[in-house]
Design a protein around this ligand. Structure first.
Ligand code: FAD
Length: 445
């Protein structure tokens, strides 16, 4: 592998940029920011990477996500294959079922046995990426407050709330998420509320649901089954649980079910409703006890008993408000480049967000490596950055718009001719649900 040319001049210096390591400031230390650090350190040994993360502690929060084959290959490229194997489970099949909420019955309407993903908990993937970075790359509790082009647009200065002196670099990679202040400054577009929220939860199948029991005590009643019994009923109703991704489709609503390592069962339930009030930095809402109880009652009305029991037995379910943004045609602004959720916030229906972020990181690193290997320098990054955005914008545009369409379809916000309810759909009509269509989706069709 070619390394970036190293000679005199420390990272961050302005020595003319001929032969010196690339200095990159990454804003955001979530999945994408850490993946960018891995990608660059792997492709360009010797380059200087600083990842700024606003949070002082990375929470143990989050829930499940799915990783596709290309993403797993990128992680393996960075030496993380063994860790990934341990932290994830295969998701070999995608199965969609139509649920009749009156009869509480379900039937399979679409199945793809070549799904080829792996499931992982967000916190485990984050730990894996973080644990393998060299000491000193990730600076927790460091907030980027402003940035500006310097040196005729060939370098960038980054202001950090916790540092008296700004950082300077050849590139600022903005991995600051779906509420990106970088994008707000450079693009200024509005996010789009999808029209629904996702209730989410993870239940540990091998222990009694202590929190659910505490919740019951608070509510003065006890009607939720133990987690082990819930898991047994689920396995009976969803025999491929442990290697399949299940979608249940009822009238204008759908739920998602899959297993995570450590016999944890991950679920989501999308509910059409008005946009909830949000804090400035998070799309997550912590529901109060009354909201949780209402959700549990609605679950019993909507889903088959095993799924309703899972939603009732899960401790601390939470709510994600679902947003995306219209795709944009430019991610590069002098020496600032948008990546991950900052570049292409996406609804979760195609399990794309994490995959898109990791592939952004891998592609950006490859473009910079090829540029430097071909004799380019840290000062003339225009062509390499342009190649990056040209490689990624068309495909991520499709992914954002396909995910949006799939969500609208499953929530009954758009209809397909001839399908009034998934319960009445035949195999051909239900084929539209397949995630594999993502790669052939043309938003202009
Ligand atoms: C705590 C957490 C839990 C998550 N759990 C899940 C999950 O269970 N399943 C799932 O599919 N996705 C989850 N996500 C989202 C997931 O990480 C993204 O969808 C995607 O995988 C990668 O997004 P990203 O790294 O581009 O942006 P994000 O994950 O949104 O991260 C952006 C990061 O930038 C930081 N940041 C923002 N502004 C600044 C600033 N000015 N200075 C410094 N830092 C800044 C934020 O604190 C955040 O850590 C979670 C995200 C977070 C932060």
């Amino acid at each position: 592998m070619a390394s970036c040319p190293v000679s005199a001049g420390s990272a961050g210096s302005t020595d003319g940029g001929g032969a010196r390591p690339l200095a990159v400031v990454v804003v955001g230390g979530s999945i994408c920011g850490l993946a960018v650090a891995h990608g660059l350190l792997h492709a360009l040994p010797g380059c200087k990477i600083t990842v700024l993360e606003r949070a002082h502690h990375i929470t143990e929060g989050g829930a499940g996500l799915g990783l596709d084959r290309e993403t797993c290959a990128a992680l393996a490229d960075w030496g993380l294959a063994a860790g990934l194997q341990e932290a994830s489970l295969p998701l070999d099949a995608e199965i969609n079922r139509a649920v009749n909420s009156k009869t509480k019955t379900a039937r399979e309407i679409y199945r793809d046995d070549h799904y080829d993903h792996r499931s992982c908990h967000w916190a485990l993937l984050h730990q894996l990426l973080r644990g393998a970075l060299p000491e000193g790359v990730l600076l927790l509790g460091h907030t980027m407050t402003a940035f500006e082009s310097i040196d005729g647009g060939r370098r960038v200065r980054v202001h950090v709330a916790e540092r008296a002196e700004p950082l300077e670099g050849d590139l600022m990679v903005a991995a600051d998420g779906n509420m990106s202040s970088t994008r707000e400054k450079l693009v200024g577009d509005k996010r789009r509320y999808a029209g629904y929220v996702a209730w989410r939860g993870v239940m540990a199948a091998d222990e009694e649901s202590k929190q659910a029991t505490e919740d019951d005590a608070q509510l003065g009643e006890s009607k939720h089954s133990g987690a082990a019994a819930v898991a047994r009923h689920l396995q009976h109703e969803y025999p491929a649980l442990g290697r399949a991704l299940y979608f249940d489709l009822a009238h204008h609503t759908h739920s998602v079910l899959y297993m995570l390592p450590g016999t944890r069962i991950n679920w989501l339930w999308y509910v059409n409703q008005a946009e909830p009030p949000l804090s400035p930095h998070s799309l997550t809402v912590q529901p109060d006890a009354a909201q949780v109880e209402r959700m549990r009652e609605d679950a019993a009305r909507t889903w088959t008993p095993p799924m309703a029991a899972l939603m009732q037995a899960t401790a601390r379910p939470f709510i994600n408000a679902i947003f995306d943004r219209d795709p944009i045609s430019r991610w590069v602004f002098d020496r600032v480049v948008l990546v991950g959720e900052a570049a292409h916030p996406v609804t979760p229906h195609g399990l794309r967000a994490t995959n898109m972020s990791i592939i952004d990181a891998h592609t950006l690193a490859r473009c910079l490596k090829e540029h430097l290997a071909a004799g380019g320098t840290a000062r003339d990054l225009d062509a390499a950055l342009d190649r990056f955005q040209k490689a990624r914008i068309p495909v991520t545009t499709q992914e954002v718009l396909f995910s949006r369409y799939l969500g609208q379809l499953k929530q009954g916000l758009v209809t397909v001719p001839g399908i009034h309810d998934w319960d009445g759909a035949d195999e051909n009509q239900a084929a539209v649900l397949g995630q594999k269509h993502m790669h052939h989706f043309n938003p202009l069709d």
